[in-house]
Design a protein around this ligand. Structure first.
Ligand code: ADP
Ligand code: MG
Length: 457
């Protein structure tokens, strides 16, 4: 019997007949037309508690469910206002957010309240921040640790913009893997594992996506796993030439992880960023250009990871900046391999739109009175707006065109460069205060062209 081939998911292969269900799991929509399904659509609703709240999760969940029942509106991604007359909710709840309806809305246009069965996830963000392993002797630390869901990663998932449901599919695969484990599926009969590999050019959001995915899963699975940690292993530091203690550190690190994993209510994410550096170090050591110490360290790390991956409550997240096959056994066996490419025109437009909206919110861009409430249309409704110029506010329409032009000018730039562009554009302005958004966009187009011209071929 041959091993199942890894599930390749990529931005180039959209599967558009999927709809989200509970836990972010996507169910295949078997309805032949966009007609209504027999069953209700399960929609995730995330409820973040105030840091001061000591309310019971179950009580908050019921209160939110009751509140949603009363609300006869359509469901779209985004915040739901906490009703000011509900004292219990206003005291305890920071934010209520509808998630993952995007794909449904794209295929069916609208999701009405009676079609929906909300699945409410209540959580409280940990404010502890990263806990570094400091060895105290000035050496780089070997790992960072977070308790999830962490305040630091709040909003990260939403800020990452990809097309064709990449995020949704990642969530689905990870959720399925956890479900199979949970239900005790016999791995000799059905094989799967919990290793994720995101590969693609630098700056496309792979590291961020891993962290955001861990955060999402910690929220969606908190009733099964009330405790959740993310350990980010700093692979570079582990085998730096000057790091003679590496072997011991790997052992120490994995002993710690093993202890976490033994607690069955813990869900543990281990992030190994840029795994290609492990393969490179091994190769270099074999050819004699690196101390043989480092080969032992890399091998120790790989053995430990191999051992760890049989634990049911561990998800190993890896990234690689090279798309070619990586000569590391455990990555080779990753079930979830996703190519993360540079943003497409639509993604670029959306990234820049979110940047602009933020500069408007903070008042860095403004010149007219109601500027704060200015909402630029998303890419989906852009075409329609451009086709019916007569019904649009002329100023908004002009800005949309400029934004689109900027997004077009940014072809080839990474997500990371795009998020920096508004800052560079602002720094190039003659006057930094109260700039007109439209003037700002003209500067951005020039900045984008300049940035692009500096890209290596
Ligand atoms: N597709 C994207 N959508 C939104 N932001 C992105 C995207 N890709 C990259 N970014 C931005 O670039 C930053 C750096 O991404 P990072 O996760 O370090 O990329 P990588 O690990 O692929 O090099 C992110 O924090 C994010 O702000
Ligand atoms: Mg990275």
């Amino acid at each position: 019997m041959s091993a199942p081939s890894p599930m390749e998911i990529s931005l180039q292969n959209p599967q558009d007949n999927e709809i989200p269900d509970q836990n972010g799991v996507i169910a295949v929509d078997s309805a032949p037309s966009p007609s209504l399904p027999h069953d209700k659509v399960l929609v995730s609703v995330e409820v973040s508690l105030k840091p001061s709240s000591t309310a019971r999760i179950d009580d908050v969940r019921s209160a939110v469910e009751r509140m949603l029942e009363k609300r006869s509106l359509s469901y779209t991604d985004g915040p739901v206002p906490v009703p000011p007359d509900d004292q219990f909710l206003t005291e305890n709840v920071q934010r209520i957010c509808i998630c993952d309806t995007d794909e449904w809305v794209q295929n069916h246009e609208i999701l009405l309240f009676w079609q929906v069965k909300p699945v409410v996830h209540v959580f409280q963000l940990s404010e502890e921040g990263a806990c570094e392993d400091v060895s105290g002797d000035g050496q780089p630390s070997t790992f960072n640790e977070w308790i999830l869901p962490a305040k630091e990663f709040d909003g990260m998932w939403e800020s990452l913009i990809y097309e064709s449901g990449l995020k949704q599919r990642l969530l689905q695969y990870a959720a399925s893997a956890l479900l199979f484990t949970e239900k005790g599926v016999n791995p000799f009969l059905v094989s799967w594992n919990r290793i994720v590999l995101l590969h693609g050019p630098p700056g496309t959001g792979k590291t961020s996506l891993c962290k955001a995915l861990a955060q999402k899963l910690s929220i969606r699975f908190n009733s099964r796993y009330p405790q959740c940690q993310l350990i980010e292993v700093n692979a570079h530091s582990l085998f730096s030439k000057w790091f003679s203690e590496s072997g011991k550190l790997v052992a120490k690190l994995f002993q710690k992880i093993q202890e976490m994993v033994e607690e069955e209510n813990n869900l543990v994410f281990v992030l190994i960023d840029e795994v290609e550096s492990l393969a490179a170090a091994r190769k270099a050591a074999l050819s004699g250009s690196e101390p043989s110490d480092s080969i032992r360290v890399v091998n120790a790390l790989l053995t430990q990871l191999d051992k760890l991956k049989s634990a049911p409550n561990v998800i190993i997240l890896t990234t690689s900046n090279i798309t070619a096959a990586i000569d590391i056994a455990f990555v080779d066996r990753a079930d979830i391999k996703a190519y993360v490419g540079p943003p497409t025109l639509q993604a670029r437009y959306e990234i820049l739109r979110s940047c602009l909206q933020e500069l408007i919110r903070t008042g860095i861009l403004s010149n007219f009175e109601d500027c704060e409430s200015l909402m630029l249309p998303n890419y989906g409704s852009l075409k329609e707006k451009l086709n019916m110029p007569e019904v649009q506010d002329a100023r908004t329409l002009h800005m949309c065109k400029q934004l689109l032009e900027t997004a077009e000018a940014c072809e080839g730039l990474s997500g990371r460069s795009l998020r920096k562009l508004p800052f560079l554009g602002h720094a190039a302005l003659a006057s930094p205060y109260g700039c007109d958004p439209s003037k700002f966009l003209s500067t951005m187009i020039d900045t984008a062209r300049r940035e692009r011209s500096e890209l290596p071929d």
